[in-house]
Design a binder for this molecule. Sequence first.
Ligand SMILES: CC(C)(COP(=O)(O)OP(=O)(O)OC[C@H]1O[C@@H](n2cnc3c(N)ncnc32)[C@H](O)[C@@H]1OP(=O)(O)O)[C@@H](O)C(=O)NCCC(=O)NCCS
Length: 166
Amino acid sequence: MTTTELKHGGNDKPSIWRRSRGWIRKGEDPTSLAELDKSCFKKAWREESFSKLMNHSWFRAWTWHTEANSEALGFLIVEDHSDLFSILRIGVVPGHQRQGIGREMMDFLIQLARNEQIPKILLEVHEFNLAAQHLYFASGFRQIHRKKGYYRDPPGNALVLSKAIF
Ligand SMILES: CC(C)(COP(=O)(O)OP(=O)(O)OC[C@H]1O[C@@H](n2cnc3c(N)ncnc32)[C@H](O)[C@@H]1OP(=O)(O)O)[C@@H](O)C(=O)NCCC(=O)NCCS
């Protein structure tokens, strides 16, 4: 992962990365992920849901920090299926949005996909969530499908977006 990858945890995979604006850490704490989720989403997932998700081998999560050990201001949750990353959640706490954190997390994931030879990243986004759509389109995602009536609150279609890595 080029010059940005600095520190390694106990296994061979890194657990913390230096990026240009801040730090990205492996997200391993369901309480902290649930708190972040609550501040970013109206319909938040419960802590138990995060604990359950974490038991799956495909679960991967990261948090974004200004300093290596400061509080998390953003998070990213992905299903890792070896032939694709599927983004389940991405959020930046409201007081820190529009400062490039979401973009840095997306860039990180794209770089990770390249490094790990993952050919594709997929995600779904509410048709009314223009902030997130701007971020995804600016990161090179393209719409491949539309799921009619997929969301209930607020009601609306889901746009399925994809980015080819190689
Ligand atoms: C979507 C979200 C993660 C973006 O994170 P962010 O840190 O605010 O995004 P960035 O500052 O990195 O912005 C990157 C680009 O996204 C777009 N963008 C982000 N917020 C935007 C907004 N409110 N309105 C329009 N465009 C926006 C812009 O193109 C921006 O680039 P620019 O600032 O150079 O114009 C954040 O708004 C969020 O957490 N929203 C609530 C949770 C959510 O909806 N998650 C996505 C579910 S699919």
